[in-house]
Design a protein around this ligand. Structure first.
Ligand code: R5P
Length: 310
């Protein structure tokens, strides 16, 4: 097995390499003066089972292009099998046409990855499960839930916990977590009654006296999360914590979360945490390196990956 890392999340790639007790392959990914990406794999990969670790996080286009070029280089170097390990799959939110004459960019990106030479994909908490079907190659969509559950069990064992989906679209994900920790479920239903009027947050379920855990796949601007937390506290929740897999945290998100009433936002390192994230008093990062490392090992040994989640 060979592990190859792009530039998007080197610490995660190194942690996976440590878990697997396999060094990262010598590989250079650099830019020409005009910012074109150049890749050179500096060791033999002929006949090898190669795993490229690269999140397509911001800058999404550069990191995607790195992944494509790495696939091309490995294919041309006669790698036996190439698995694109994409802990955060960018463009996932563009998974359907929101209106006429708009793209389905998640499908386009999947096509590009397959065309570039990937034989398999290993990813984590896809925004929508059906994106798996956008790839016409075997695709494993892992869940961060086991990592979150063990943290919740340790940190919130004594609390009267209730799992909450911050919007109607996330109910299946939240229900899954609620089932794992045997907690009740509530939903924040965000609605704009009439155009031009501000959104109304209706809470479905009695959250009063509960320690609420908001669960989502992505925190980007932080708006969804912070507004949902406010609505829950207004309805009498004792405290609100959030467990969200991918900390996109763009723009003023970190400041918004720090100024919010959230007790804590817990994310994973699927996207490399910035210094601001690491220093934020109410943001904590869990590592998914052991989970990804185990899934890579099982893929290489042709063992079951799904049994990691039962
Ligand atoms: C949307 O469907 C996603 O699951 C997240 O709720 C959304 O991406 C969060 O975005 P933001 O943090 O900008 O509100």
């Amino acid at each position: 097995m060979k592990l190859v890392a792009g530039n998007s999340n080197r610490p995660l790639a190194e942690a996976i390499a440590t878990y697997l007790d396999t060094p990262l392959a010598r590989c250079v990914v650099r830019r020409f003066a005009d910012k074109e990406i150049f890749v050179e794999v500096q060791e033999n990969v002929r006949g090898e089972d190669v795993f490229i670790i690269q999140s397509t996080s911001a800058p999404a286009n550069d990191h995607l292009m790195e992944l494509l070029i790495l696939c091309d280089a490995l294919k041309r170097a006669s790698a036996r099998r190439i698995t694109a390990v994409i802990p955060y799959f960018g463009y996932a939110r563009q998974d359907r046409k929101p209106g006429p004459r708009t793209p389905i960019s998640a499908k386009l990106v999947a096509n590009m990855i397959v065309r570039a030479g990937a034989d398999r994909v290993l990813t984590l908490d896809l925004h929508a499960g059906q994106i798996q079907g956008f790839f016409d190659i075997p695709t494993d969509n892992l869940f961060a839930a086991p990592v979150m559950v063990s943290d919740i069990t340790e940190v919130m064992a004594e609390d009267n916990v209730m799992v909450v989906s911050p919007d109607v679209g996330g109910v299946v994900r939240a229900r899954g977590l609620a089932k794992r920790i045997d907690a009740p479920l509530a939903i924040v239903d965000k609605r704009r009654e009439r155009p031009g009027e501000s959104e109304v947050m209706n809470v479905i379920g009695d959250v009063s006296g509960h320690s609420c855990i908001l669960v989502d796949d992505i925190v980007d601007s932080g708006g969804t999360l912070v507004n949902a937390a406010e609505a829950l506290l207004k309805q009498g929740a004792k405290q609100v914590t959030a467990y969200i897999t991918h900390g996109v945290l763009s723009g003023g998100a970190i400041a918004r979360v720090m100024a919010s009433q959230l007790k804590e936002l817990v994310i994973t390192d699927s996207i490399m945490p910035s210094d601001a994230v690491v220093n934020a008093h109410n943001i904590r990062v869990l590592s998914i390196a052991p989970l990804l490392g185990e899934a890579i090992a099982r893929t290489a040994e042709e063992k079951s990956v799904s049994s990691l989640f039962y």
